[in-house]
Design a protein around this ligand. Structure first.
Ligand code: MG
Length: 503
């Protein structure tokens, strides 16, 4: 990246070591999720804690902290230089306000908690995970206190993932979408086209993993995902991770009796990866590399998954492919496949949730996290509180904790404040879709698999900017206005009204 100021040259040179440590950390994390043998947890926890310590020492080095302070006062900063200072100050808040011992303890505890969660989920035994969750919540509360907040301790945690996002913002967004979504859900469930048990995926047909994998590869290539700078693996929870500027990896999961999940997970993670692969290469190893926030990141994955992958137009394009890959589906035309991919039904599992119920799953997690961090809910009461909220918002109660409170990996990572960014992503995606459609009419051309138009638009309006603009600014520059729930609500209402012939 070009800069003429000696302070910024020093900052960039210093930061490239931090970036290398981040990449090493990511490599350990990728391996933990994809390859680690059952007994390898303790060793990995030690390794991760050590890299975390090295990284924290780098961030807390007084020479670096002073350098950033000095550079922040320089006149005539370019847009990029201002963004570098803003991003470093945001991270430094975490490293300079939270004691190093706490950061290390957090890293060690979350590594162990991940192994415990994995085992607890397999055995459907919440008590194996709960002691770890208790200590993680305590650590998060202590962190929140160190980070400081104005109104709500949960605000301090939200800000780590989405700079500036507050509990009040979340409450506002959820209050605007809650009623329209629950009433849309009711209309769908009562419609003539509604079919509680979708055909073809009721367990009678086994879809080979090899075929599923080939289809994921085909669609990812079509999207523009660069396999020379990434790879596709398997993990219990699909994710995207950057191990280096030209090493952006994704994972998916294969269900033997449902061909949809692996494809949609691959497209979703592919959307995340396209964002990372599309950042201006000059920003490599600088504080401007990578996506600007988790909400914007999720908008990219959701846009590819829902606005593209689940659009009736794109499904029309992949229908012949689906028939070729899975001859059992030959009797299903694109309209039936479209309903299958957009099948709405209140279910237990968030990552399998349809577009209409998805944000209600997030709402449940937001309310529970907020109560846990504020000390209004105890971990021992969490499974019951989970089930109560499932009943309230989705009308169903999971028969096991494995399908309930133990389903998500996030709390084992200590990622409190993360879930709301998923809903934010859906809202951003709705707004981006409206803007791209208005400008390019891209949807009609999805029937031919024409994906270069939306990718090109995203490359120039979102991806290339990396972390230069804050989320609000980025969305305003791209779409003409800051985030409003109206675009998302229009999109989802129109789409499902058409699909289910609602009035
Ligand atoms: Mg995602």
């Amino acid at each position: 990246m070009h800069t003429t100021k000696k302070q910024f040259k020093k900052i960039l040179s210093y930061y490239s070591d931090i970036s290398t440590l981040n990449n090493i950390q990511a490599t350990l994390e990728w391996d933990l999720n994809v390859n680690l043998p059952r007994s390898g947890g303790q060793g990995r926890a030690d390794q991760t804690a050590y890299i975390t310590k090295l990284s924290a020492e780098k961030w807390q080095d007084p020479t670096f902290v002073e350098l950033v302070a000095e550079a922040s006062t320089l006149k005539d900063q370019t847009l990029e230089e201002k963004a570098i200072i803003r991003n470093l100050q945001h991270s430094l808040k975490y490293y300079t306000r939270i004691p190093q011992a706490l950061i290390i303890e957090f890293s060690r505890e979350t590594s162990l908690a991940f192994m415990a969660w994995n085992s607890a989920k397999q055995k459907n035994d919440f008590s194996e995970f709960s002691p770890h969750l208790k200590s993680i919540i305590k650590l998060c509360q202590t962190m929140g206190d160190h980070l400081t907040y104005e109104k709500d301790p949960y605000d301090a945690l939200l800000d780590l993932y989405e700079p500036g996002l507050t509990t009040a913002d979340c409450k506002q967004y959820f209050s605007e979408i809650k009623t329209p979504l629950t009433s849309l859900l009711k209309k769908i469930v009562n419609s003539k086209k509604y079919n509680a048990l979708p055909e073809f995926v009721n367990g009678d047909i086994v879809f080979s993993q090899k075929k599923q994998q080939e289809l994921s590869h085909f669609v990812l290539k079509k999207m523009g995902y660069d396999f020379d700078s990434g790879r596709l693996d398997i993990s219990p929870h699909p994710f995207t991770i950057g191990l280096g500027r030209q090493d952006i990896r994704i994972t998916t999961m294969y269900q033997s009796t449902d061909f949809r999940d692996s494809l949609m997970a691959s497209i979703h993670e592919g959307g995340h990866a396209l964002y990372e692969q599309g950042v201006n290469p000059e920003y490599a190893n600088t504080p401007l590399d990578g996506g600007v926030s988790l909400g914007i990141h999720e908008s990219q994955s959701r846009f590819w998954e829902n606005q593209i992958g689940r659009s009736p137009e794109f499904i029309q394009f992949i229908t012949p492919l689906l028939h070729a890959f899975y001859p059992e589906l030959e009797t299903a035309d694109s309209e039936r496949l479209s309903l299958l991919f957009n099948h709405v039904s209140p279910g237990f599992i968030r990552i399998e949730a349809d577009e209409v119920t998805y944000n209600l799953h997030i709402l449940i997690r937001f309310e529970l996290e907020h109560a846990l961090i504020n000390g209004k809910l105890e971990v021992d009461d969490l499974p019951e509180a989970w089930n109560t909220k499932m009943k309230k918002y989705l009308g169903i109660i999971p028969p096991t904790n494995k399908q309930g409170v133990l389903q998500d990996v996030h709390w084992s990572y200590g990622s409190f404040g993360y879930f709301p960014t998923y809903t934010l992503g859906n809202l951003y995606a709705g707004q981006l879709h409206a803007a791209i459609e208005k400008e390019t009419h891209y949807t009609q051309n999805l029937t031919t698999g024409e994906l270069r138009t939306p990718l090109g638009w995203l490359r120039s309006n979102i991806h290339q900017h990396g972390s230069v603009y804050l989320p609000d600014e980025l969305i305003k520059n791209a779409t003409g206005s800051t985030l409003s729930t109206s675009h998302y609500l229009t999109y989802i209402t129109d789409k499902y009204t058409r699909l289910y012939n609602l009035s």
